[in-house]
Design a protein. Structure first.
Length: 750
């Protein structure tokens, strides 16, 4: 309850404002307004929805406008979420309003209708204001909007009286977006799921030991981060599920994050099987209405487990007792535009704010996470063997250089660059035996780009400094960065000859060549082109799980967590593609991708086999992939990071300037770089701790018709690094054309 002297509220609104705005609290609202509630406030000539962050007893402002309306009868954001908003704003150098925009579903950022319904029955205990509310509802035919009740019933105390009526069952309240008339149950919807019976089995010794360690922390209470490092197929999910059951018994709730929830319906099935009717789901594929309904369902305490993708880290889970981040190494947890947060890191921060354990799980942990275990920040738990003592798949390398030298030909010489003889033979044998195969290539399309065979011209996107990708089925070229598309032609725009043809290959060409290699096989492709329609991803995965597909070709999305027992063969077509990216994480990413896709094989009774085709078989990552030895890979990679002072031995802040005019962007980037160096020279704390790299053109210099330059700040400690990075905004004069973006702990610097 507000104290009488608290006359002003600090309100954050979904806008780029850095600080809360101050509004006067109307006298009639004094007893009902609480921190975390939504309010309608005036902003210029508009009415906007904001959230109360705090109260003030006085203000130095000469003129303060009043709050117009209170939109909730209870807080929608608890204390820990409000703390998280402030932490995110400070660490990622983002305005509070931008964080709020990311956190709240769009419908909650508008003025929704709260409808109050009277319930049948007699309630003699309702007296005074409570009786007045019931009489008002009866006059209105048994229902009224909250706003209408607030207009009719003056004098304060309305929301406290409503809460008492809700508690005695005399009324019920439902949230409804303007124009939205569907019930929450209808909006939440039903997912297609495979009929399953819960498998009753004993845990392995390692699983039981892992569960016991986490259970000890749950019993003691408080925060601790566990890194559950387990080989593929070792039963990490079962450890998550049994831990969540323990949390449920303690009358608390769990939050589990997945890299891309629409790609892992199998795990969601298992969660729903364990917690029937008590699972909430949050991810970007939900419609606004579905997301709105799920958000209120979770806030109301109607679920015990929330499953979600990256943005679910902000879910309003009451009595949060556990946070799980599955496949914690996955770069999908990093948001690359807007608010550039990392959901795995926020999971640790939120666990600390709430005071609950956090489990990070992976077969190939991020280098930073494993180093945190060595430094004692996280507790390492290991699962070294697959369940039921299944063997890890055998992994073999095929040297594509040698294949080319031998001039091996089958029907068409193009097969030389796509499928090596060992992989062709293995695919044919696997199909004959009735098992499933997985083919991985991290490149979409039919040909990588179109190039003139006579003059060397490459067809590039006019909006981006990248080659366009040829797609055979659509007979078009696409830019996978901005979405530009044009019909494919043989005519070279440069020399005028009919000599433009595809160079390189993608998943579409792999699919086509497979149909010629293995007639009769049921072949499907899984990439962004085939799964763009709503529900298409889940339908394809269901077919794969049911054994209705013999060979699945795909990009990195096929590496994420699928557990299909019929898969006994995995082939990686060109394994060193990602090794050549201009990124210090390129080797780590390649190791993770290949280890994860290899882990899809041999999850049933039959042993798995993995064939990796590469032009760089001598690279230091491959021996560790063959032996499934993450620790050996970590030992090599951590020394590389140490020598070059890259994370986890430093922190990074990536500054990128963008604009429509190349010369202006370059000039402003150089000006920002010079001033940052001057400030670094003047300030000892910057001089000793921070290295400034650049400015330089971004690897993709032009994107969506905007030119890009970048500066990289590298420092030992976060505080001085963030302070200097934030000063870049002061240095750059206001400009509508050139914009500055700051990415703290960047993952994508292309």
């Amino acid at each position: 309850m507000l104290k009488r002297e608290e006359k002003f509220a600090q309100v954050i609104i979904p806008s780029p404002l850095k600080e809360p705005l101050t509004y006067a609290i109307p006298p009639l609202m004094q007893g009902d307004l609480k921190i975390g509630m939504r309010v309608s406030v005036p902003l210029g000539q508009r009415r906007v929805t904001g959230v109360v962050m705090g109260f003030l007893t006085e203000t130095s402002l000469n003129q303060v406008r009043e709050i117009l309306a209170l939109l909730d009868e209870r807080p929608i954001l608890d204390h820990s979420l409000l703390q998280l908003i402030r932490w995110v704003s400070q660490y990622y150098l983002a305005p509070l309003g931008e964080v709020l925009t990311t956190l709240l579903p769009a419908s909650l950022r508008t003025e929704n209708q709260r409808v109050i319904y009277s319930c049948p029955g007699e309630f003699p205990q309702a007296r005074g204001l409570e009786r007045k509310i019931l009489d008002e509802l009866q006059e209105k035919g048994g229902k009224s909007t909250l706003k209408s009740l607030a207009r009719r019933i003056q004098g304060g105390g309305l929301y406290r009286a409503l809460n008492r009526l809700l508690a005695m069952g005399a009324v019920e309240a439902k949230e409804r977006t303007k124009g939205q008339r569907k019930k929450i149950a209808e909006l939440i919807g039903k997912r297609e799921s495979l009929p399953q019976e819960r498998a009753l089995f004993s845990l392995t010794a390692e699983q039981q030991q892992s569960l016991d360690l986490i259970q000890q922390r749950l019993s003691k209470g408080g925060f601790e981060t566990f890194l559950l490092y387990g080989v593929t197929g070792s039963g990490k999910t079962e450890v998550y599920l049994r831990t969540m059951e323990q949390v449920q018994k303690a009358h608390k709730r769990s939050l589990i994050l997945l890299p891309e929830i629409s790609l892992t319906p199998q795990l969601l099935d298992r969660v729903e099987e364990r917690f029937p009717g008590r699972v909430g789901v949050l991810h970007s594929a939900l419609t606004p209405s579905e997301r709105w309904a799920q958000w209120w369902h979770i806030l109301s305490g109607n679920v015990d487990v929330v499953v979600g993708a990256r943005s679910a880290i902000f879910a309003p889970v009451p009595d949060l007792g556990l946070i799980v981040v599955d496949e914690e190494h996955d770069p999908s947890y990093k948001q690359d535009d807007g608010l550039r947060y990392h959901a795995r890191d926020l999971a640790v921060v939120r666990g600390k704010l709430v005071g609950c354990p956090v489990i990070l799980g992976s077969a190939t942990p991020a280098i930073e996470s494993f180093e945190n275990c060595r430094q004692g920040r996280y507790r390492l738990i290991e699962l070294t063997e697959r369940v039921e003592q299944r063997a890890l798949p055998s992994v073999e390398l095929v040297d594509l250089r040698q294949v080319q030298k031998e001039k091996f030909k089958i029907q068409n010489s193009k097969f030389i660059t796509l499928f090596s003889p060992p992989l062709i033979e293995a695919l044919q044998q696997n199909f004959v035996r009735g098992y499933q195969s997985l083919i991985f290539l991290n490149r979409r399309g039919f040909a990588n780009f179109l190039q003139c065979r006579l003059c060397g011209f490459v067809l590039r996107c006019v909006h981006c400094s990248v080659a366009m990708t040829f797609h055979l089925k659509q007979q078009s070229v696409f830019c996978h960065h901005c979405g530009a598309r044009k019909p494919a032609r043989d005519l070279c725009p440069e020399c005028g000859n009919l000599s433009l043809s595809g160079i390189g290959f993608g998943t579409e060409q792999v699919e086509q060549e497979l149909r010629g290699l293995i007639p009769g096989a049921r072949i499907a492709r899984m990439d962004r082109d085939t799964t763009s329609k709503r529900g298409s991803q889940e339908r394809l995965i269901r077919q794969w799980e049911k054994g209705e597909i013999d060979i699945l070709v795909g990009t990195q999305m096929i590496t994420k967590g699928h557990d299909v027992t019929g898969v006994t063969l995995v082939g990686a077509i060109l394994a060193d593609l990602s090794l050549n990216l201009p990124d210090f994480r390129a080797v780590e990413r390649t190791f993770q991708l290949l280890s994860q896709v290899a882990g899809r094989a041999g999850r049933g009774k039959e042993a798995g086999r993995v064939i990796i085709q590469t032009y760089a078989p001598d690279h230091y990552a491959f021996p560790n992939i063959i032996t499934h030895d993450y620790k050996a890979f970590f030992a090599s990679e951590i020394e590389f990071r140490r020598d070059l002072n890259y994370p986890p031995f430093s922190r990074l802040a990536h500054l990128r300037l963008e604009g429509p005019r190349a010369q202006e962007v370059e000039a402003k980037a150089r000006m920002v770089g010079e001033e940052l160096r001057a400030r670094r020279q003047r300030e000892p704390k910057f001089q000793e701790q921070i290295e400034i790299l650049g400015p330089a053109p971004s690897p993709i210099e032009k994107l969506r018709s905007r030119y890009r330059w970048q500066i990289l700040l590298k420092g030992k400690k976060s505080r001085p690094l963030l302070e200097l990075a934030s000063q870049a905004r002061e240095i750059l004069p206001g400009s509508r054309s050139t914009r500055l973006y700051i990415d703290v702990d960047p993952y994508n610097m292309l």
